[in-house]
Write a protein that binds this ligand. Structure first.
Ligand SMILES: Cc1ncc(COP(=O)(O)O)c(C=O)c1O
Length: 492
């Protein structure tokens, strides 16, 4: 590919995302450091996305041990490995064609893994049945989402499929919807209510969207990325009733379901709530629920596997989902096997159980403590205010950017929060995501901060962020450090 002119016009039309720009800058700075260029920091710390192994969190031993045996079956004889590891690897290898992870699988996934997932979902939802034929296993939940969205695409202009999308939302979502060829119809989450989903906002967004597109689906992230909000049962019921009344397909991203730590909050799946709302809803509302190896407790995002469960979808349409997966030929097999370990971990009494339990507990405690620590710290910085998270792995603080920097950003043709992140990266080597709310002029700025990292790393991030932030305020001495939109602390 020699010039931009030769790039597919459709691809050329896609706006380069601020995350990609910042990512390139982070890679450039890291390269400079390896070349011996002097910086005020030793390395770049990336807390912009949910890549937790990159951030320093350790893999779960059981997963890596079983996969090691699957990849190198001679280890089945190695008595240094726990017996349950070897037994599980043997069972998984038996489920693979030719007894090898090097074989293709059915395009919707290994039946053995689909069955394990269906059993897990049934257990999780206290007996609400789940069926393997409704489970699809693509290379990541994003791929799964793309498949469903593509099934919904139709029309052009005012008739083009629209998807109601939260503001803020996961940073990859606008690009995914754009690539799928659907219109993004934004609905606002209520920051003043801890980023809750609000029925009036949904109704307003739907009304606004009609006339611009044909809204056919609503995307929900619960627990929320990047907000950390966890919906309660009433809120979920409200969304389901709204979807039913308006004939919307529910796209429910539940990838942080095992990362809930807010006091008195627990994860309740949309599918479970739907099943308890009576036949009028339980047999009609179409739902796709997504879960992922990347975001569940093992955080194995590089292995690329996730699953979706389709509920109330016409079996003929489901066949199309399968057909679309055929173009991938097969999802990475190691990822599928790791999914099986995710939904079917060691049980009490198994040789690997104690280590597994300890590792999981460490991750959960670190997450809850980091969330509290970062929340307190950020709220003490002048010009920053942060809602308390109840789940997920992000915080989304609001940022008062000095008018001088906003002016600079205008001159440079970038969003002010992107410029803030760029300067933070250059001066302190901390890569935090810009809050950009898919180009909407909301008039306020935010940062996306992944908080699950070893506590020492989080402290380093907070210290560097704080020194950059305070320097910035000193550079713009006339900056009003007070209240903004009534949401920042009045005593700042
Ligand atoms: C809400 C949400 N969904 C999905 C994903 C990624 O999923 P996958 O790696 O399974 O494609 C992420 C990654 O951070 C996420 O935050």
């Amino acid at each position: 590919m020699s010039s931009l002119q030769q790039v597919n016009p459709r691809v050329r039309g896609i706006r380069v995302s601020p995350q990609s720009t910042l990512q390139s800058l982070a890679a450039h700075i890291t390269h400079q450091i390896t070349q011996g260029v002097q910086k005020p920091f030793k390395e770049v710390i990336d807390v912009s996305s949910g890549d937790l192994h990159k951030a320093g969190m350790k893999p779960i031993s059981f997963v890596r041990q079983v996969l090691a045996v699957c990849l190198y079956p001679e280890l089945l004889q190695d008595k240094n490995l726990p017996q349950d590891v070897r037994l599980r690897a043997q069972r998984l290898l038996e489920a693979c064609d030719g007894g090898s992870v090097g074989s293709y699988t059915a395009s919707s996934g290994l039946l053995y893994v689909q069955q394990s997932i269906a059993e897990f979902v049934t257990r999780r939802d206290a007996g609400v049945p789940s069926y393997p034929q409704n489970i699809f296993i693509p290379a990541g939940s994003q791929r799964a989402l793309m498949i469903v969205v593509k099934l919904l695409v139709s029309g052009e202009g005012e008739n083009q499929t629209g998807v109601l999308t939260p503001t803020p939302c996961p940073y990859t979502l606008p690009m995914l919807l754009d690539e799928a060829g659907v219109t993004l119809a934004p609905y606002h989450l209520r920051e003043d209510r801890g980023w809750a989903v609000d029925l009036e906002e949904l109704q307003l967004a739907l009304k606004t969207a009609r006339g611009c597109c044909h809204p056919r689906a609503i995307y929900i992230s619960n627990p929320g990325n990047p907000t950390g909000h966890v919906q309660d049962r009433e809120s979920i019921e409200e969304v389901i009733r709204f979807a039913a009344t308006e004939g919307l397909f529910l796209l429910v991203d539940e990838v942080y379901q095992d990362s809930v730590y807010g006091q008195g909050r627990e994860f309740v799946s949309y599918k479970k709530v739907l099943s308890e709302m009576g036949q009028e809803y339980s047999e009609t509302v179409e739902l796709a629920s997504f879960h992922s190896l990347s975001n569940a407790i093992m955080r194995e995002c590089g292995l690329r596997a996730g699953y979706m469960e389709l509920v109330n979808m016409d079996p003929v349409v489901m066949l199309f989902a399968d057909t679309m997966l055929c173009t991938d030929i097969s999802t990475p097999v190691t990822g599928q096997l790791a999914l099986e370990l995710m939904v079917n971990p060691p049980k009490p009494g198994d040789p690997s159980y104690d280590t597994y339990k300890q590792e999981i507990l460490f991750s959960q405690v670190t997450l809850a403590q980091n969330a509290q620590r970062a929340w307190e710290f950020l709220n003490c910085l002048p010009g920053m205010s942060c809602q308390k998270a109840m789940g997920g792995i992000h915080l989304y603080p609001q940022l008062l950017i000095p008018p001088g920097m906003i002016e600079q950003a205008k001159i440079l043709g970038v969003e002010a929060d992107v410029l803030y992140c760029q300067r933070l990266l250059e001066e302190e080597g901390v890569f935090v995501g810009a809050g950009c709310q898919h180009g909407l002029a909301t008039g306020n700025y935010h940062l996306r901060l992944c908080i699950l990292a070893p506590p020492g790393t989080l402290e380093e991030v907070l210290a560097r962020l704080s020194s950059f932030h305070l320097r910035l305020l000193d550079r713009f001495p006339h900056h009003d450090r007070g209240v903004k939109n009534g949401q920042l602390h009045p005593n700042k």
